[in-house]
Design a protein around this ligand. Structure first.
Ligand code: IFM
Length: 473
């Protein structure tokens, strides 16, 4: 670790630090990554292309024409990266498995060479005293499955459950915690409705079908993993969620919040926890001529019991139901849901920094979906980092962001939300999807020319904060 940063986070208000220190000493601490964003080695050991290999080759799809061919070269530098994680003092590492590495093409038998990487990773983590937390799907769908219809096709849910079992059978003797999907909203909406993520389709109806089949895949995999487990395991799913506040108390603004919350949160959590889709969302979809392709028995599968909800939070929003001219419908007749620009600091992604919205979200989740422990599986921020000659980044902005959001978690915890842990996104600067390598979320800097890793000030601050909380504040 860099010796120049003697007082990481020395600028932070003592009250903020005291709030964080009120988290329980048993709190779980981790860092998170995902396969396509860090691994590279896209054509090694039998891996076949994923939808991101294809999409990143589409001209204009990814900033700077970037792609994941090399990324952080984690596939070849894994032991060094595990040593970095150990130095941070976290107890858990959340990573995802690349489906096209383990089951090339998305069907058929396991690829032993691809699986061997995760086998080694798990062993390396355990030897370092770090718990592995596996995410089975963080967006790298085998291209062959997309060619066969992708997530809008029902069969993909069954393919996902088969693939999940290949990984589970190999690693569940050593891995205790399993997340099926990361952020299905992004897979469905960014991938199939807005064309911003792979596979780049723009078809709202297909996106809504994808929502249902992602959830069905989650449920099928959950049921099969639960049945196959020979020792206690934790199963869950990770959702990205935000808190939307109406710009005013007007009916259109409140309606905009209802719609956004419906498609962002309730369309996932209601079937997962209550075994039904929210009636208002189903009615909204019908108004747009779209429906969820539910078959008999699906909702029982989707609501299979889970042990943990992964919560990813990055920003809050204030929404209006009217455009700047006061219209409640856009040119296509669709209801207006407009983000109102706010006078609050923003990250390099342009995302408004609203930690109080994080507390609000966590308290609301524990009220509306009780009895489900939560872990913050991602939280973090991209800023325009400047490295010194040693590669060190004195990232006060990111340190501040992490501190404010951890304090927000601690406040929610004090208010009774059952939150068991926190993972910083991300361990490393990495491939930020359509934004390429330009947006840096890492608490460890990656110099992409040399692949040198240098912990930033935020990493040192997190390490010290973990120690303090563990010591009981
Ligand atoms: O980098 C992503 C990650 O893959 C999923 N959650 C949000 C992060 C920041 O955009």
């Amino acid at each position: 670790m860099n010796p120049t940063a003697t007082t990481p986070g020395g600028h932070l208000a003592p009250r903020l630090l005291d709030t964080i220190a009120s988290l329980p000493s048993s709190f779980r601490w981790g860092v998170a990554t995902s396969s396509y964003q860090i691994e590279g080695a896209v054509a090694e050991d039998g891996r076949t292309p994923s939808i991101w290999d294809t999409f990143s080759r589409v001209p204009g799809a990814v900033a700077g024409g970037d792609h994941g061919d090399v990324a952080c070269d984690h596939y070849h530098r894994m032991p060094q990266d595990v040593a970095l994680i150990k130095d941070l003092g976290v107890d858990t590492y959340r990573f995802s498995v690349a489906w096209p590495r383990v089951q090339p093409g998305g069907r058929g038998p396991v690829n032993p060479a691809g699986l061997a990487f995760y086998d080694r990773l798990v062993d390396e983590l355990l030897a370092a005293g770090i718990d592995p937390w596996v995410t089975l799907y963080h967006w790298d769908l085998p291209q062959e499955l997309e060619d066969a219809g992708g997530w809008p096709a029902r069969d993909t849910a069954y393919r996902f459950a088969d693939y999940s079992m290949l990984v589970f059978d190999a690693l569940s003797d050593r891995v205790d915690t399993w997340t099926t999907l990361n952020e299905p909203w992004c897979s469905a909406m960014l991938g199939y409705a807005y064309g911003a993520h792979a596979p780049g389709r723009r078809d709202f109806g297909a996106a809504v079908s994808a929502v249902h089949h992602l959830l069905l895949g989650h449920g099928l995999a959950t049921q099969r993993m639960r049945a196959a487990a020979t020792r206690p395991i934790q199963l869950g799913i990770t959702l990205n969620m935000s808190t939307a506040t109406p710009a005013t108390d007007s009916q259109p603004d409140r309606e905009a919040v209802r719609r956004s919350d419906g498609l962002g949160t309730r369309i996932y959590l209601d079937p997962l926890r209550h075994g039904r889709y929210p009636a208002d969302v189903v009615a909204d979809l019908a108004e747009q001529g779209v429906s969820l392709p539910v078959q008999d028995g699906d909702l029982d599968i989707i609501s299979a019991p889970i042990d943990v909800l992964g919560v990813n939070f990055y920003f809050g929003q204030v929404l209006s139901g009217t455009d700047e001219d006061g219209n409640t419908r856009d040119a296509q007749g669709a209801p207006v849901v407009r983000e109102v620009p706010l006078d609050v600091p923003r990250t390099a992604m342009g995302w408004p920094i609203m930690p109080e919205g994080f507390t609000e979200l966590l308290v609301r989740l524990s009220r509306d979906y009780p009895g489900l422990p939560m872990v913050i599986t991602e939280n973090g921020a991209a800023f325009d980092d400047t490295a010194d000659d040693n590669g060190f980044v004195c990232d006060d902005d990111r340190t501040n962001y992490l501190a404010q959001h951890l304090a927000a978690v601690a406040v929610a915890h004090r208010q009774g939300a059952d939150i068991r842990g926190y993972f910083a996104w991300s361990l490393l600067d990495n491939f930020e999807w359509a934004y390429g390598y330009d947006k840096r979320f890492g608490i460890v800097r990656v110099d992409y020319e040399t692949q040198a890793r240098t912990p930033k000030q935020s990493a040192l601050w997190l390490r010290d904060t973990i120690k303090r909380v563990r010591a009981g504040g």
